[in-house]
Design a binder for this molecule. Structure first.
Ligand code: SAM
Length: 274
């Protein structure tokens, strides 16, 4: 029997929506789930840990989650307002780039995410969101998904911590009994320089090696670590200390529009292995 998977209100590159049933089998039990690369939050809304530490380097993303946690009705009404006004995409983008008001910026971020090319999130050197408009036949206002997400964020008071920071800081918070799930930007297939649609930084071989090292240290402290990545000889080498499982995944949003199945690894490292 297929279990129902909750969907995030965001379309997010590399979002884990489509592999949730496979992924859940490999997530160990624990009190707290730490997600250093929370992205669209698909793992968060499909799991039932008592506590969460959700982090990402993307400031706008964490602002959306903060607003949705603090003032869900206000944000949802503002999102409804923009969807009903239906401003021209490029005007909405300019409004977003010139706004520092947190609720307005969060609502416009959601509006842009639904209207832009493939849900890509990319900024220019001055930090301006610069993704072109997508070609969509039907644009969907994700009110139900926003409500579900906000309920989950507010389920147990003080049990969910949101951080905007680099993954190294987040992993350093992990201690005995924590479960860390890492879904970083993937290493490119075939060694090409891939388009990284999230932030101005790139997540390359050395950065992935650093991630493996920081996770190893966290597991030495008693945490469990689970990672996702492409299934390549490089990733199998970099995560060689992990127990590696191979899965077939049809990614939800790819920068080049290619949504075909690709082999991915899920790596698991537990304290008894280090
Ligand atoms: C593949 S996505 C995560 C997708 C998420 N699991 C989901 O289901 O939607 C990768 C995330 O890593 C974040 N990221 C990139 N570099 C980072 C860094 N150095 N530290 C923390 N987060 C980073 C990006 O902003 C992006 O949200």
């Amino acid at each position: 029997m297929q279990t129902k998977t909750n969907r995030s209100f965001l379309k997010w590159m590399g979002g884990k929506g489509r592999v949730i049933p496979q992924l859940l089998q490999y997530l160990p039990k624990g009190e707290r789930l730490i997600e250093p690369f929370v992205g669209g939050g698909n793992v968060f809304i499909n799991t039932n840990y008592k506590q969460y530490l959700l982090a990402d380097i993307n400031q706008d993303l964490i602002n959306v989650y903060n607003r949705l946690k603090a003032e869900p009705q206000k944000l949802i009404s503002l999102v409804d307002f923009y969807f009903s006004q239906n401003p021209n995409y490029y005007e909405a983008r300019e409004l977003f780039n010139n706004s520092s008001q947190t609720n307005k910026r969060a609502a416009l971020f959601i509006y842009l995410n639904r209207h832009c090319f493939n849900g890509v999130c990319r900024y220019n050197k001055s930090g301006q969101f610069n993704v072109p408009e997508g070609k969509h036949k039907n644009i969907y206002n994700p009110t139900n998904e926003l409500m579900l997400f906000s309920e989950k964020l507010n389920q147990i008071p003080f049990s969910i911590e949101l951080l905007r920071c680099d993954y190294k800081n987040t992993v350093n918070y992990a201690s005995n009994g924590d479960v860390i799930y890492c879904d970083p930007p993937y290493l490119p297939l075939g060694g090409d320089v891939s388009f990284n649609g999230y932030t101005p930084s790139t997540f390359d071989y050395n950065e992935t090696e650093q991630l493996a090292y920081h996770l190893y240290k966290a597991v030495k402290r008693g945490a469990c670590a689970v990672i996702s990545n492409h299934d390549t000889s490089d990733t199998r080498y970099l995560f060689r200390q992990f127990k590696i499982y191979s899965i077939q995944a049809r990614r939800s949003v790819a920068a080049n529009g290619n949504r075909e199945q690709a082999k991915e690894i899920i790596g698991v490292l537990t304290p008894d292995m280090v």
